[in-house]
Structures are given as C-alpha cells and as structure tokens.
Design a protein around this ligand. Structure first.
Ligand SMILES: N[C@@H](CCC(=O)N[C@@H](CS)C(=O)NCC(=O)O)C(=O)O
Length: 223
C-alpha cells in the first residue's frame, strides 16, 4: 500500500456524503488529502471542472488518473480498485457482491436524500412547513424500521462481516437518529437490532478516526 499516491477528496466540513468516503478510505488504509470546498467555491470553476454537479464528494486519483463524483460510484470504485484483500467486501466473483450493491443503492437513493430533505425542512427552509417535516421524519422512521427488520438475528447487512454496505449508512444514520430521538422515539425499544448494529460499526477504529476528523473539520469551520 505504501506506493499508492494520496487520493484527493473534495469534501465539506460538515455534510455527511464526503465522510462516507472518508470512512471507506480509512477502512482500506488508503492515503488521502482532503480539500475543503465551501458554499463560495462549490458552484463555480475550478470546482465545477471536477464535479459539474457542484456538490461534494468528488475524488481525483493520481494512481489511475480518474476524476469521479457521486459518493456511491466513488465507494464502488475504491472497493473494486483497492479492496483486493476483501477487507470490507466479499469480492467481485461472490454472490454477496450484488447484495452489497443493493444496500449501497438503497443508501444513496433511499436513505441519504430523504434524511437530507428532513434536515432541509427542519433547519434551512425559509418557512416552517410541518407537513414536509412530518413526511421526511416518517421516512427516516420507516428506513430505520426496514434496517431493523433486515438485521433481525444478524450482525451485518451482508454475510458475517462489516462491508461497505453497512459502512455507507453511518453518517446519515447519525443525523436520522438524532432527528427521531428529538421527536421522542425510543430507538433502543423500537429498533434494537439497528441500535446494536450502529454501535458495532461506530466501535470500529477506522470509523472513529473518520468521525474524529469530521468533528475537527466542522469545529474549525465554525470558528
Ligand atoms: N448524490 C450525491 C449527493 C451529494 C451532496 O448532496 N452533497 C452535499 C454535502 S453532503 C453538498 O454538496 N451540498 C452542497 C450543495 O448542495 O450546495 C452523492 O451521494 O455524492
């Protein structure tokens, strides 16, 4: 691994999507350099030359020459290119490969956007729209419920080990958990499999390193 050149990751100090990628980079012990974008830099060149969609994350990998955006695609790329020892995946020839992708797609299409819309209507929208907040809070509860059911009798989503499928849910789950607990839901009681799974994932040293780095970046940007 020492001959691998650092991968550049364009991130945001607080938004959850880039930090999903940091978790994967940490798990795979890959070298990386974070470049922090801000609301002032993200929607115009030179950043839009990297990601014309004007959002983070995006990576530039000098080892292959690729520039890539969309967190799900970046995670798949990192796994296929760098998880050669199948540390957090089951390998490209295994049937589990498709289940891992299934959960990654569920995360990027069914968790992130809905949890993100809740945050928007709860904190950022210019007027209070209780029905919009209610819709997205219900969706957070529903997604947590789906994961809780899938995790009945299981430690991880796919097979017997933590894979990128599990790890991709962490950063948005932390936000969703906060939202439903603030609304009075007792997750220990309502979703015990989900709570135990999150604890298992948060106990991983690589996950802790990534979240500590996120915490530092977000406190630095608040000063
Ligand atoms: N589908 C994209 C979503 C990316 C996204 O929405 N990123 C947020 C940060 S978590 C962002 O760039 N927000 C800034 C903006 O929309 O201006 C992905 O998964 O990469």
């Amino acid at each position: 691994m020492s001959s691998i050149k650092p991968i550049t990751l364009h991130a945001h100090s607080s938004g959850p999507n880039p930090w999903k990628v940091v978790i994967i980079l940490q798990e795979l012990e890959l070298p990386y350099t974070l470049v922090y974008e801000t609301p002032a830099t993200i929607k115009s060149a030179p950043y839009t030359d990297v990601n014309p969609n004007g959002r983070v994350p995006a990576i530039r990998d000098p080892n292959t020459g690729i520039t890539l955006w969309e967190s799900g695609a970046i995670i798949e790329y990192l796994i296929e290119n760098y998880d050669t020892e199948q540390k957090i995946s089951h390998g490209s020839q295994s049937p589990e490969k498709w289940l891992e992708k299934q959960f990654l797609y569920f995360q990027v299409s069914g968790q992130g956007p809905y949890f993100g819309q809740y945050t928007w209507f709860a904190r950022l929208h210019h007027e209070q729209l209780p029905s919009a907040k209610e819709r997205y809070l219900n969706e957070i509860k529903r997604v947590i419920g789906v994961l809780n059911t899938i995790l009945e009798g299981k430690n991880y989503l796919v097979g017997e080990k933590a894979t990128y499928a599990d790890l991709s849910f962490i950063t948005w789950s932390l936000i969703g958990q906060n939202a439903v607990e603030s609304a009075g839901v007792d997750l220990d009681k309502e979703a015990p499999n989900y709570v135990a799974w999150m604890k298992r994932l948060l106990d991983r040293p690589a996950v802790q390193k990534a979240l500590q780095e996120k915490e530092k970046a977000s406190s630095a940007s608040a000063q």
